[in-house]
Every structure is written in C-alpha cells, then in structure tokens.
Design a protein around this ligand. Sequence first.
Ligand code: G1P
Length: 297
Amino acid sequence: MKRKVTKAIFPVAGLGTRFLPATKSIPKEIMTLVDRPLIQYAIDEARAAGIKEFIFVTSRGKSALEDYFDAAPVVEAELRRKGKKDLLELLKMTNMESGAIAYIRQQKALGLGHAVWCARRLIADEPFAVILPDDVIASEKPCLQQMMEAYAETGGNMVAAMEVPADKASSYGVLDIREDMGALVSVSGMVEKPKAHEAPSNLAVIGRYILTPRIMDNLNKKKSGAAGEIQLTDAIATEIAAANNVYGFRFRGQRFDCGSKAGFLQATVAFGLARDDLHDEFAAFLHEMVSVRKAAE
Ligand code: G1P
C-alpha cells in the first residue's frame, strides 16, 4: 500500500540576492503578493494537499519567517479590543498547530539537494513533498493536490512539469520522456540545467515534488552536480536506474517564477486581478496604463 504523504519540506535558505536591496533585511519568502507573503501561498497549497507537518529549511536572517507563523498577542489583543473580527479571522491562516512546524538551518549554501537532505531526520522513512515557494501556481485545484491524486495511482517519485520555450530549458531541471501518457509522463532521465543543445526535451521540472525516502539515501552520497552544488534532480534521476519509478506530471494551472522580478510582477498582476475586492479598480487602471502607452507610441 502507498503511504500517505503528510510531511512537506520548504527550502527557504536562499539569500534572495536577485531582490536586493529588499532582501537585505527581509527574507524573500516574506515578500508580498497582493497582501500575503509568498510563503503563505505555499503553505495553503500544502494544507490543501493533506500535509500535516511543515519543515522549513532556513538560514541566518530568516527569523521573520518564524515570527510569521507564531501567535501575535499584541496585534491580536488590539484587534479584539477594536472588535475587528474580520481581521482576526484573516490572521487564522497563519495559525500553526504546536509541533506542526519545524525549522532546520542549512549552514552552508550547498544546493537544493543539500537543503532537502538537511531535513532527513524529520522525514525518516516516509514519503514526503517538497515545495519551492518561488514557484507560485495559480490553479483551480492546487498543484500539489493534483499531484497527490495522480500519485495515488502511481506511487514512486513525482515532479511537477511544464513545457518551456526551448531556449529557456537550460534554466531548469529537464525531463527525458520514456512514455508520454498525457498529464502523466514516465521519465527515463533527468538533467539539471542542461546546456542549450543538450536538453533532452523542453519539459521542465517546476518546484513541486513527491518523493520516496530513498531520495534521502541518494542525497547522503553528497555528490555535487550542476554549478558544483548537490542537486535534488540528480538524486531523483538515480532512482530511474534503480527503481524506474519517476514520473513527471503536467499540472493544470499557471506558474509564476517569483524568483525573478518580471515573474513576481506578473504574479502580482494576475493575483490582483483575481481578487474580487480589487478587480474592477485594478483592471481599469491597467487598461488606462496600456492605452496611455499605446497612445505615446
Ligand atoms: C530548481 C531546481 C530545478 C527546477 C527549478 C524550478 O532550480 O533545481 O530543477 O527546474 O527549481 O523552479 P532553481 O530555480 O532553484 O535554480
């Protein structure tokens, strides 16, 4: 029987240098899309997929993340005094049951694979999910939930996948396709950040994974790969030869690369427009901006 996946790792140790100076004093994951920090979107998605234990792999300077998921007695007392029930209600999304959240520090930036490996003792011998909060996915059914449903059939290791333009493939982990079954793809190889002419396809790995505990054993070998870092992609690829149980899953939804400035701005526009309370005013503004620009051309 396939074991239920109830643990998720959130690698959040990165310095976020692409967003300096903002990230000089705040973690990238606390930057806000409309009115919620990036990390809230990742947590909501994990919860919807049935995750009960949340493991953050952090680093120095990330304490704002821990505070975000803690009680805020001063703000809460003030809201209660003023009778602001709606805001108190809103704060509930940041509540974490005691013991449901754990923080582990990655002391050296040795790569995504290493960050995941740092959580090995908490994962023990269970399957687990990994969510990269930089990849924000707008969809009717949350991406990880879609994957859990597919995983209920396949078991094994599953990565979210998306077609990218061929000239962008070298920014991703890329899948070599053995059998294409539509949403599901069986994988015969995986390459992290291939050179332009060496990409086996243009089906790229997006930051959602469901993995077997064997991935931790593979990471134990600490083999460095692309960019001299310990790569999660390599640890998963090892399972293809060993167990032939790696799948790509083409999720339904729109993915935003919130690790880049352009992607973050696009996500802000998309999520802003999707909000009932903001849509009309924001859409009118965007329309005006575009027409003014067109008129100037
Ligand atoms: C990481 C993974 C890569 C994946 C990407 C998705 O790369 O290593 O395989 O395609 O996330 O966002 P990063 O973007 O952290 O360099």
